[in-house]
Write a protein that binds this ligand. Sequence first.
Ligand code: PMP
Length: 361
Amino acid sequence: MTLDDLPLRDDLRGKQPYGAPQLDVPVQLNTNENPYPPSAALIDDLARAVRHGAATLNRYPDRDAVELRKDLADYLGHGLTARQVWAANGSNEIIQQILQAFGGPGRSAIGFEPSYSMHPIISGATGTRWIEAARDEGFAIDPEAAAADIRRHRPDVVFLTSPNNPTGTALPLDVIEHVLRAAPGMVVVDEAYAEFAREGTPSALALLADHPRLIVTRTMSKAFAMAGTRLGYLAADPAVIEGLLLVRLPYHLSTLTQAAARVALAHRAELLGTVDALRAERDATVDWLRGLGLTVADSDANFVLFGRFPDRHAVWEALLERGVLIRETGPQGWLRVSIGTPEEMAAFRAALEAALEGVIK
Ligand code: PMP
């Protein structure tokens, strides 16, 4: 039997699942993870917390994750409280809950592409019609053009990603404010990479107090180096969270997830201590790629988009042959590399130099 023989929803027929390749290669620079694993001391604390949580695994977890939300609010600052923070299994689940509550059949969501591929995919999965709007040549969003797109389409949900994946582009607050003024519905600013932004890049959290239809999403998968924990969260007006409670599955965040996330937050000095090194490595990577004569997008994230290659797949493959996995994503001709350790980036540079010689000659 094949999937075609099953009574699958018509709108899912012929679709491909999200699929960044998970290949076992020495240098993995393809999914924007933090390359630094937890320290031995943090592993011990995580193990202790899991052991403690394990004693109550016959019971359901705290359905509202109250203690975790207090810790997240404390981390975010901006005077936020637990009532304004919500958590789920990765920011992907956060996005899904937002679309379940504020999108859905008969409704639409808009994004400015190229951007995070899961926004349209989760829109599709929740029956929300996806509207693709454009960025300008340099991957920025023109505030007037964006406001005009929004006024024309009147989407129920607007996605802004800052810093943007896969381009690394951060949005100035005035662009977000323009969009908030034009949008008839919810505005989601996906700040998965916020901690990597260059000095002076403000977070949309600063706009929450004046904008009750604004949602700012974050994750512990990137700067916090906890991708395996699956913990995403958002900050918004408490009324928004009331809406999400209507669609979330009961007990969605396991006792062990809540415990691990709280330990990670308690160790944030250590975990976020890698951010400066990753930013420096990113800036050096941008300079090095430009030195090769390549076109490179400015990046406020932990990855760099570079190109443009007549045959990007050949370059991607040539790197893979040398044990370096990067991502074939973004507009035609571009490739994205996540920032790794200095050793991993040295391997990337050596592999790219060799690949370019092989591909160009
Ligand atoms: N938003 C953006 C912009 C991302 O790039 C990612 C991960 N690639 C996510 C959200 C989802 O991350 P997670 O589900 O691990 O929190």
